[in-house]
Design a binder for this molecule. Structure first.
Ligand SMILES: Cc1cc2nc3c(=O)[nH]c(=O)nc-3n(C[C@H](O)[C@H](O)[C@H](O)COP(=O)(O)OP(=O)(O)OC[C@H]3O[C@@H](n4cnc5c(N)ncnc54)[C@H](O)[C@@H]3O)c2cc1C
Ligand code: FES
Length: 329
């Protein structure tokens, strides 16, 4: 079985609407290399089995528009593959199921949302580096604090699955309840607009024994305000002293403005913070240089900027996971 990235044909098992704009795509593969939270796949958001590239002669006359009936040239198609974080994985004797949760924002995700069970999807993966789990740190008492916003919530669900049995809490934020790609259960314990107490009422996290704090900007569910505000209040209540903060690790993924604030909150309290950046990516594997991000340079003599204290790294292959203290955003 291949353990490195490759191109795979997956079959759609289910495509489930989760809220107004998010869908969960469950894909089956005969085999797929080992994966870890933080990693992603590049999905062809069009039917690659259609022979778009069949050669064709075009009649060219100066005074006439060129007649193009070639699907690849005449239709609106997602030409490049699109990156999606792994949101879950289940291995069995019959193969591997992976979950992708996507928000419909353009033509590629619109195409994905129309997939039906049995259809084929081509993907390349697994790509990118991975989060360091708390168990790999020395402290047994480590507490993982997951902070996801919008399309940054899916990788937090995969991370949660790997944290089952460990101390963890999830913070998830969205603009409004209808944009939360999560399953709210147990309505009897609905949170109040000011509460930062984690509850076991979000199925995706409760399944792994992890309570969650949900925030919405408009207060339509959970804490009213930004997820970063809920996080800050929580840390100042439960992680007040140095020993407690030393045991915490924050993991975050979401809009950069949110992650920058999470990083500030973590750094002000000297809490380790692992950030999974979602820069726009054309290739996802280190070729196109579209995903550069500025990081502090450990070695001042290292290329590509000798003499300066920073350099570019590729979010797709050096990341997407970086320590917040290394990033210059
Ligand atoms: C490593 C990584 C993991 C990701 N994981 C997920 C995920 O789990 N779920 C999910 O829904 N999305 C995820 N995304 C974002 C996802 O790749 C884009 O939303 C998708 O490519 C949009 O494709 P489209 O053809 O539907 O939209 P397009 O027509 O390509 O774009 C629609 C709009 O979205 C903007 N856009 C596209 N990509 C990005 C981006 N990366 N950052 C900011 N704006 C963007 C475009 O500029 C445009 O305005 C991830 C991105 C990266 C880099
Ligand atoms: S996406 Fe092409 S180099 Fe990173």
């Amino acid at each position: 079985m291949s353990q490195t990235r490759d191109q795979y044909a997956a079959e759609v098992v289910a495509s489930i609407p989760l809220c107004q704009e998010h869908w969960k795509l469950v894909l089956h593969l005969q085999h797929f290399p080992t994966t870890a939270p933080g990693q992603f796949v590049q999905v062809a958001c069009r039917d690659l089995e259609l022979n778009y590239s069949q050669e064709q002669d075009l009649d060219w006359a100066d005074d006439q528009p060129v007649q193009i009936d070639h699907a690849e040239l005449s239709q609106r198609l997602a030409f490049l593959r699109r990156p999606f974080s792994l949101a879950g994985r289940r291995d069995s004797a019959g193969g591997v199921e992976i979950d992708l949760i996507h928000r419909v924002v353009g033509m590629g995700t619109d195409w994905l949302s129309r997939l039906k069970p049995g259809q084929k999807v081509q993907l390349i993966g697994p790509l990118g580096n991975r989060h360091t789990l708390p168990g790999q740190k020395s402290s047994d008492e480590a507490v993982a604090i997951l902070v996801g916003g919008g399309v940054g919530i899916p990788p937090m669900i995969y991370l949660a699955s790997q944290l089952a049995g460990r101390k963890a809490v999830a913070f998830c934020g969205a603009v409004t309840r209808n944009l939360l790609p999560l399953t709210i259960t147990n309505a009897a314990v609905a949170p109040t607009a000011t509460s930062i107490e984690p509850l076991y009422n979000i199925e995706e996290f409760a399944t792994f024994g992890i309570p969650a704090v949900i925030s919405t900007d408009d207060g339509s569910y959970g804490y009213q305000g930004f997820v970063t505000q809920a996080l800050e209040r929580y840390l100042d209540r439960y992680f007040m002293d140095e020993p407690a903060r030393g045991r915490a690790i924050i993991y975050t993924c979401g809009p950069e403005v949110m992650m920058k604030r999470v990083a500030q909150i973590a750094e002000a309290r000297r809490i380790e913070c692992q950030v999974a950046v979602e820069r726009a990516m054309a290739c996802g594997m280190g070729t196109c240089q579209s995903c550069v991000i500025r990081v502090k340079k450990a070695d001042p003599a290292a290329a590509p900027m000798p003499g300066s204290d920073w350099c570019y790294r590729l979010a797709c292959t050096d990341g997407p996971v970086f320590l917040s203290t290394d990033l210059l955003w």
